[in-house]
Design a protein around this ligand. Sequence first.
Ligand code: ATP
Length: 499
Amino acid sequence: MVDMDTLVSLCKRRGFVFQSSEIYGGLGSSWDYGPLGVEMKRNIRDLWWRDVVHLRRDVVGLEAAVLMHPRVWEASGHLERFSDPMVDCNACKRRFRADQLDDVPWVHYCPSRKDTKFEVPAGEACAHCGERRILCPVCGKGALTEPRQFNLMLKTFLGPVEDEAAVTYLRPETAQGMFVNFENVLQATRRKLPFGIAQVGRSFRNEITPGNFIFRTREFEQMELEFFVNPADTVDGQPADEYWHQHWIAERLAWYRRYGIRAENLRLREHAKEELAHYAKRTVDVEYRFAIGWSELEGIANRTDYDLRRHAEVSGRTLTYFDDERKGHVVPYVIEPAAGVDRSFLAFLSDAYHVEEVRGERRVVLRFHPEIAPVKIAVLPLLKKRADIVARAWAIRDELARRWVTVYDDTAAIGRLYRRQDEVGTPYCVTVDVQTVGDAEKGETGDDCVTIRDRDSMGQMRVPIGEAALALGRLLGGAEWATVAGGYPTQGAKGNHDA
Ligand code: ATP
């Protein structure tokens, strides 16, 4: 498993993710997505939207404002309960989440070794004296205060007067936008239960200990679905809410697998009764084996009718659904798959990262699923001094760019250009060489063919320019390299630009 420092450094060097406000020393745990990052993030969002909204018959979309009426947070319980236990170190003054203290390695001045300083792995006892961590895990010297509850809502003021009446909050989840618009959507779309409302958007939490790159930040993006079901219904002999909860758990796990995450790095974790949120009947997390260990990638909760009931109580509106069959009003239950765009980004990136040896050289390759890859095709001229080769390469790039994110690069020799594309996960390269265009001075015409090169196998095939888009379309659509390459001459060692 690739470590976090390697990923952070690759992300910066290749333009996936930069530290926010870096020229001012950076803002803690705030990150900017660079030219490649922005494409990849958009792919994740678009795939989610396609699979969760467009391809389904029972889900519609919504985009609610980040700023909502402050009473929304009173009704949802966030003002009262959306907090984490916090402790302070009385020596170095650092703050920690009390429930995560043992998730990090800890500094220990071992009394049995003349107070020598050691770093002990997370959650373990000292191998010398057997002591467990009781002091500050970072400085190793200070005692920690008793835990206090710290509210994670980011407060702000609306309008020119900064008084209590103007207080509002940046939303800590997108979900409430769907609950407060339940009636609007129901009336506008005339939906029957079960149906879902989906949203992708930014959320904000004043996390006590943000960190681990984009895993935990104070501003992040969520992809949430609120799937409303009739609690009076049964499906396959099960209460509808339980049936649909199980359906979405399977569906979401399969989604990560579909876009390339390896099965051994994914697992489901059932929340114990004591850790369930105040609104939840049952919650199952999809966890990924991040560099920091198994951690939540997505939470799938059965929120019951808690939210609609609370909003009805606090707003005074009736938020119910008329059950035609039973001739009565019901308050729907809701199943919520809540995923993070940034965490998915980190998981896709970590899982794709591979290092291998090719003819005695180290090759770093991001084996992204083509739909996740930020760039789908790179068009590369073999000789940048030849104006005719360059012109043809640009023309091909411009044509392919109408359908796929396609880049042109001539800033190095071909072998180096391939490695650069491997390192950012570009599935296919198209190379234009002397053979393609011929040599006008010698009166030689070209063969009008290009070389298509496969990132994963490094195989190469020679394809007429007129068929290149078709071949690339098949490949990017999921056809096996061997199947497509079977229809064309493949390059031997001589013509293989990778050699
Ligand atoms: P955690 O236990 O890690 O704090 P959570 O259980 O509070 O997460 P949810 O409220 O279930 O998280 O939010 C749904 C998803 O939103 C998470 O699975 C995660 O992908 C994403 N998410 C939540 N908080 C953050 C954050 N601070 N930074 C990045 N992504 C986040």
